[in-house]
Design a protein around this ligand. Structure first.
Ligand SMILES: Nc1ncnc2c1ncn2[C@@H]1O[C@H](COP(=O)(O)OP(=O)(O)OP(=O)(O)O)[C@@H](O)[C@H]1O
Ligand SMILES: [Mg+2]
Length: 342
């Protein structure tokens, strides 16, 4: 029986959920997917890694759910189940004092959408819930000096959203969030292959193609891959060959949307802080920032240095971890105003 009160950071992402446990670090990093019985949604078959294997391959009576879309909860019950499952996996279920949960949310979501995040965390079995804006924790997790009188720009390109913010003096000065990220790139690839080849491919195949051939800049040497899908005319399985140039073309629009979001924030950043950003550069975090050439494309379009964070997919969870480890100190110093108690 655990007598210690646990503090957990949950980076509830559209694609992946990470859990940080105080004094332990990141203990869970798994896809945000739940597989349940169709007739009884409370009967959980698999969550996370185990659920991803079943995605697109479920049999009758079983369904796989991605409870988050574009950074917001689309299936409240499944999100609650997912948080509860990961909480138990992280700290077990035999504790006396319920844990405190720290979660991040995209800056653009509505008050109702934010409330859903807080409630799902509370219903999953937490004592207290604290919410923080996603780019702030990403900046903190990238090791940026967020409490200094110096402007830092962080761009978190996730699966569902891209959050851009300038952070200074322990708060977000200006931010912008668009519902474009890695998933939109996958969808763009699906649409491209449908349009050009009349072949329907699944989400997983599209993501694999993106990881294999995708780039934000034209590649010097062309690369090729064979993909399998369903012919939309004959309905039979079909194979075709695609090139990196085609995938580059397919994902241009989401990449340009991300660039526009960064420009939008830069144009509205107060001059002193904009000068800081020009000097210290833009920090990229989130899985989407790993797309080949993303950093170079942004740097060459804006003429500002762009730096990729060390572990881009861990930054938000590490930022939450940083808050958890220093919670009392932050409160004592009056620096915890970025936390919203739910
Ligand atoms: N090497 C890579 N190249 C391109 N994309 C990648 C790479 N690695 C991961 N991704 C993409 O990153 C996305 C997942 O990133 P991440 O885990 O940061 O998102 P998330 O936190 O779940 O989403 P969000 O924060 O938007 O809710 C997926 O779309 C995945 O395909
Ligand atoms: Mg994220």
């Amino acid at each position: 029986m655990g007598f210690v009160a646990h503090d957990l950071g949950v980076d509830l992402g559209t694609s992946n959920t990470l859990v940080y446990v105080k004094r332990k670090g990141i203990v869970i990093s798994e896809p945000t997917i739940v597989v349940v019985d169709s007739s009884n949604e409370r009967k959980v078959r698999a969550v996370g890694d185990d659920a991803k294997i079943m995605l697109g391959r479920t049999t009758e009576g079983v369904m796989a759910v991605r409870p988050m879309r574009e950074g917001v909860i689309t299936d409240f019950d499944m999100t609650e189940i997912l948080i509860q499952f990961f909480m138990r996996k992280a700290i077990g279920s035999s504790y006396i004092v319920k844990p405190r949960l720290f979660l991040s949310y995209p800056c653009s979501i509505s008050a109702i959408e934010r409330r859903a995040v807080g409630e799902a965390a509370k219903f999953a079995g937490s004592r207290k819930v604290f919410l923080v804006e996603k780019p702030f924790v990403s900046a903190l997790g990238s090791g940026l000096p967020v409490f200094d009188a110096n402007g830092c720009m962080v761009v978190d390109i996730g699966g569902g959203t891209t959050d851009v913010a300038v952070v200074s003096l322990g708060g977000v000065v200006i931010s912008h969030s668009i519902r474009v990220g890695g998933v939109k790139m996958d969808e763009a690839i699906i649409n491209f292959i449908k349009r050009e080849f009349n072949i329907l491919i699944g989400d997983r195949t599209a993501e694999e193609v993106k990881l294999d051939l995708g780039s934000a800049l034209p590649l010097h040497g062309e690369r090729r891959a064979r993909i399998r899908g369903r012919d939309m005319v004959t309905n039979l399985p079909q194979t075709t060959e695609i090139t990196s140039a085609q995938i580059y073309q397919a994902i241009q629009e989401p990449c340009q949307a991300i660039l526009r979001a960064i420009k939008w924030v830069l144009e509205r950043t107060p001059p002193e802080l904009a000068a800081d950003v020009m000097h210290s550069g833009i920090y990229l975090t989130g899985g989407g920032s790993l797309l080949y050439g993303m950093d170079q494309m942004i740097a060459s379009e804006l003429g500002i240095p762009v730096l990729l964070a060390k572990e881009p997919m861990d930054c938000a969870a590490l930022g939450l971890g940083n808050i958890i480890e220093n919670f009392e100190l932050l409160q004592h110093l009056g620096r915890a105003s970025f936390l919203k108690e739910f």
